[in-house]
Design a protein around this ligand. Structure first.
Ligand SMILES: [Zn+2]
Length: 67
């Protein structure tokens, strides 16, 4: 599970959405609730690239990653 500073997290926004919605941390991904894209966090660095994003339904949920 990736750890991001809250002040960093609140500055991040989805690059795919016009209105730049905030992202939600889920496991090792940052999730956009607006377009349902999940951006990977690699070595603690969020990769906010549309071409690197995966569909939100393909990443493990918080519950699954704890087991
Ligand atoms: Zn989005």
């Amino acid at each position: 599970m990736a750890v991001l500073a809250p002040e960093l997290l609140e500055k991040l926004a989805c690059p795919a959405c016009e209105h730049r919605p905030p992202l939600r941390l889920q496991g090792d991904y940052l999730l956009c609730d607006s377009c349902q894209r999940a951006y990977p966090i690699r070595d603690g660095i969020p990769v906010l690239l549309v071409e690197e994003a995966v569909p939100a339904e393909t990443i493990p949920t918080a519950q699954e990653s704890q087991s």
